[in-house]
Design a protein around this ligand. Structure first.
Ligand code: SF4
Ligand code: FES
Length: 361
């Protein structure tokens, strides 16, 4: 298409409209090359640029200017250029840096996954599992806060907050008036309501859905169950405030939680109102569509609901296509084991690989 540009990410070329960010271009290729994102949230304007989880290496700036970018760039806010070549999982510096980012985010974040409601669907848990290291060098005390009620439905556990600003953008962009935000700066920065004001408006519950960690929790769901024991169902109802399309999370016959429907990137497609989220907890309130298909890799999708979750092989195939080299090897392979063991080739191979036992009798 006219005005489309070509970008190559981890050896896979894709075509995207001008103005597309590197992260969006990578998502277009697939989850195999898409950088992780802890603060970027597509439905929210101005999100991104805070957590650095999505850093990538630009090894060729563009077709016109082939110079690499000197430092790693945040892919969620950097527009792709025509002819740009980007390395993500194939770049050692990126992989190493991400380990540091995980370590940094976990400096103050408590490792309380066993009691945290977000466990199992926590982006930081996934991020550290996939990109982090098993140890941490931080020896000082973590900063701690008292838990805070943000209005009648939301509990803030500031200890877990990673200051991604998603909830702030949500409150700014989809509620009538934001009365919370990030107070103070640097090490003292914290999410709080303005002089203890309560958050109470029709769409405030969406802040729970956008929070990547368990800092903002649903008071009607807290400590009711582990998410992997629940049964998510797609359901809808006629609602005059929102789209009314939700996931209902069942424990046996009981609806214990209602959330917006999330896509494969863990972002809600449509925000829902507080009436649907907090007040409609009876099956009779909803038209049930069927079991929810979890497209995001998560414990909630393990062993069930995964029929449509096809792991696309395209990345491996495309990568192989780009890096394919014909092996020049015309050694005969029709010898028997004795002949092979007697051959000079085999002796040389065994000399180099003294632990190699495959052909030992
Ligand atoms: S409370 Fe959650 S959404 Fe808000 S800034 Fe902290 S981590 Fe982000
Ligand atoms: S996702 Fe890009 S900086 Fe956070």
């Amino acid at each position: 298409m006219e005005n489309n540009i070509k970008v190559t990410i981890d050896g896979v070329e894709t075509e995207v409209p001008q103005g597309t960010t590197i992260l969006q271009a990578a998502r277009q290729i697939g989850p195999e090359v898409a950088p992780p994102a802890m603060c970027y949230y597509k439905p929210l304007e101005k999100s991104g640029g805070k957590c650095r989880a999505c850093l990538v290496k630009v090894v060729q700036g563009s077709e016109k200017d082939k110079r690499p970018m000197p430092k790693l760039v945040a892919s969620c806010i950097t527009p792709a250029q025509d002819g740009m070549v980007v390395e993500n999982y194939t770049n050692e510096e990126v992989v190493d840096t991400r380990k540091g980012i995980v370590e940094f985010l976990l400096i103050n974040h408590p490792l309380d996954c066993p009691v945290c409601d977000q466990a199992g669907e926590c982006h930081l848990q996934d991020f550290s599992f996939k990109h982090g290291t098993e140890t941490q060098r931080f020896e000082e005390d973590r900063r701690t806060f008292e838990k805070e009620d943000l209005g009648p439905n939301i509990k803030l556990n500031m200890n877990r907050c990673i200051l991604c600003y998603r909830c702030v953008h949500t409150a700014d962009q989809i509620t009538d008036g934001r009365c919370h935000g990030v107070m103070n700066r640097g090490d003292h920065a914290e999410i709080s309501t303005y002089i203890g004001q309560a958050i109470d408006n029709d769409f405030s519950g969406n802040m729970i859905d956008v929070c990547p960690v368990g800092a903002l929790t649903d008071k009607t769901y807290r400590f009711k169950n582990r998410v992997w024991f629940t049964k998510p169902m797609d359901a809808h109802r006629d609602c005059d405030k929102c789209c009314g399309e939700v996931h209902l999370w069942y424990k046996g016959e009981e609806i214990i939680r209602v959330t917006g429907r999330k896509n494969q990137w863990g972002e809600v497609d449509e925000f829902i109102c507080n009436t649907c989220r907090f007040d409609k907890k009876e099956t009779a309130d909803w038209t049930i569509e069927g079991p929810a298909v979890m497209t995001r890799h998560s414990v909630t999708s393990a062993n069930k609901y995964r029929k449509d979750l096809i792991a696309k092989p395209s990345f491996a195939v495309d990568y192989a296509k780009h890096h394919y080299k014909k092996i020049n090897d015309d050694r005969p392979y029709d010898k028997n084991l004795k002949e092979i063991k007697a051959s000079e080739d085999y002796k040389a191979l065994m000399e180099q690989n003294k632990d190699f036992k495959l052909l030992e009798e």
